[in-house]
Write a protein that binds this ligand. Structure first.
Ligand code: XIL
Length: 368
C-alpha cells in the first residue's frame, strides 16, 4: 500500500500561505510537548491540558457549544468521526468530510486534536465481515491506518491506536475481545496496528485505551491484572507504545478501589508508560434526582478518582467524553429510570459550568 505523498496539513499549509489563515491562539497547551524539546517550563505549561470529545455536526450548527469548546478546551477528540463506520464505510471508500472539519476546527483555534480510534471491535462496518483471510485482514488494517494516519500526520498529536482490547472479564492478557482482527490476526493485530501507526507518523503518540480498572471486585481486579500483563508483553517485544488511556467512565453505584488502582498505576509507571484520562464522565443513573445533590456527588466521585490517580502519576491530559450534558452518550446507554436527563459532564445542557468543572480545574493545577 502506498503512503499518500502529501498530508492534508502540507496541502493546507500550502493553501494557508496562499490565504493567510486566521488562528486565535488559545492556551496552546499540549498533552505531549514535542518530544525532546527542553522548553522552559512556566507556570502555565505545568497545567494539565484539559479536553473533550467533540461532535462535528454540533460544532457546525451550535455556535454556543462551539464557543464553549474553544474557550475551555486545550484538546479535542472526535467522538465518532474517525471511527471505521464514519471514515471507512465501504471497502474502497474513505469519507473525510467530518474528520477534516474537526481537524480544521482544531487547527484554526490552536487546539490539540487526538485521534480515536484505529483498531477497535466496536461498531465495525458490515463490509469488514467479508474479510476472509489473515492476509486480507492485515492488508485492510494496515491500509486503513496508512490512509488515515498519513492524512493527519502532523495534526494529530496522539492516537488511540488500540481501543478496548480485553474482554469484559479477562482471565489474562490473551483474553482479547473477539473482533474481525482477533478472528483473522489473533493477538498480532495489536503490534501490527502500533507498528504501522509508528511507521506512518513517527511523531504521534501511541495510546492503548481501556476502561473499568477503578473499582472493587473480581472483574476489575482481573482487568487490571490482564492489562498490565498485556502492556508488559508489548514492552518485552519492543512494540512501540507511549501511553495507557484510562477511559474513566465512572459509576456512582460502584465502590472505588483506591489501593488497587494506585498499585495498578505504579505498575504502569514502572513500564515507562504515560497515562492519559481519555473519556471521563460520571454515570449518574443511580444518583438522586435532585440536581444540587446529584451534581455534588458527581463532582466528589471525580475528585476521589483524580486524587487517587494524581497521587501516583501526573496525567498527560484530562479529557471528558463530551463537554456539556447537551451532547453525551450516557442517556443512550445509561438512561435514568426517573426519566430525568443525565448530568455526567462538566457543563450542563445550558453550557453552565458545574461543580465537576471546578474539580477538573483544581486537578489541572495540581502540578503547577
Ligand atoms: C461511544 C459514543 O459516545 C457513542 O455516541 C456511540 O454510539 C458509541 O461509542 N468507549 C469508547 C468510545 O472508546 O468510543 C465510546 O463512544 C464510549 C465508550
Amino acid at each position: 500500500m502506498t503512503v499518500k505523498a502529501h498530508t492534508r496539513r502540507e496541502f493546507l499549509q500550502h493553501a494557508a500561505s496562499a490565504a493567510a489563515f486566521g488562528a486565535t491562539a488559545l492556551s496552546g497547551l499540549s498533552a505531549f510537548a514535542t518530544p525532546g524539546t527542553a522548553a522552559p517550563i512556566d507556570e502555565h505549561a505545568r497545567l494539565i491540558p484539559y479536553g473533550s470529545a467533540a461532535r462535528a455536526d454540533a460544532l457546525a450548527t451550535d455556535v454556543a457549544y462551539r464557543e464553549a469548546i474553544v474557550t475551555n478546551c486545550d484538546i479535542v477528540v472526535p467522538e465518532g468521526e474517525m471511527k471505521w463506520p464514519d471514515i471507512h464505510p465501504a471497502r474502497d471508500q474513505f469519507r473525510f468530510e467530518k474528520s477534516d472539519a474537526l481537524v480544521d476546527f482544531a487547527r484554526q483555534n490552536n487546539i490539540e486534536i487526538r485521534g480515536h480510534t484505529l483498531a477497535w471491535y466496536g461498531g465495525m462496518p458490515a463490509w469488514t465481515n467479508d474479510i476472509a483471510s489473515r492476509g486480507e485482514a492485515e492488508g485492510e488494517l494496515v491500509g486503513h491506518i496508512e490512509t488515515v494516519v498519513s492524512r493527519y500526520r502532523g495534526d494529530i498529536a496522539s492516537w488511540d491506536v488500540v481501543n478496548e482490547p480485553l474482554i469484559d472479564w479477562p482471565e489474562d492478557a490473551n483474553s482479547l475481545r473477539p473482533s474481525i482482527w482477533t478472528r483473522q490476526l489473533g493477538p498480532d493485530y495489536i503490534p501490527i496496528a502500533l507498528r504501522t501507526t509508528a511507521s506512518v507518523d513517527p511523531a504521534t503518540r501511541l495510546v492503548l485505551n481501556e476502561y473499568d480498572v477503578e473499582y472493587k471486585g473480581d472483574r476489575f481486579a482481573a482487568r487490571r491484572m490482564a492489562l498490565v500483563q498485556l502492556l508488559r508483553a508489548l514492552r518485552d517485544r519492543d512494540v512501540p507504545l507511549h501511553a495507557l488511556g484510562l477511559q474513566s467512565h465512572l459509576f456512582a453505584d460502584r465502590v472505588f478501589d483506591r489501593d488497587a488502582l494506585q498499585a495498578f498505576l505504579r505498575d504502569i509507571v514502572a513500564l515507562r508508560l504515560d497515562v492519559l484520562i481519555t473519556e471521563l464522565d460520571v454515570i449518574d443513573y443511580e444518583l438522586p434526582g435532585d440536581i444540587g445533590q446529584r451534581d455534588a456527588r458527581v463532582a466528589s466521585i471525580a475528585r476521589d478518582y483524580l486524587e487517587a490517580v494524581c497521587e501516583v502519576v501526573r496525567p498527560r491530559a484530562i479529557l471528558t467524553w463530551g463537554l456539556s450534558d447537551r451532547y453525551t452518550w450516557v442517556p443512550t446507554w445509561f438512561k435514568r429510570r426517573d426519566g430525568l436527563p443525565n448530568r455526567p459532564l462538566p457543563f450542563d445542557a445550558d453550557l453552565k459550568p458545574k461543580p465537576l468543572f471546578d474539580v477538573i480545574e483544581d486537578f489541572r493545577r495540581r502540578f503547577a
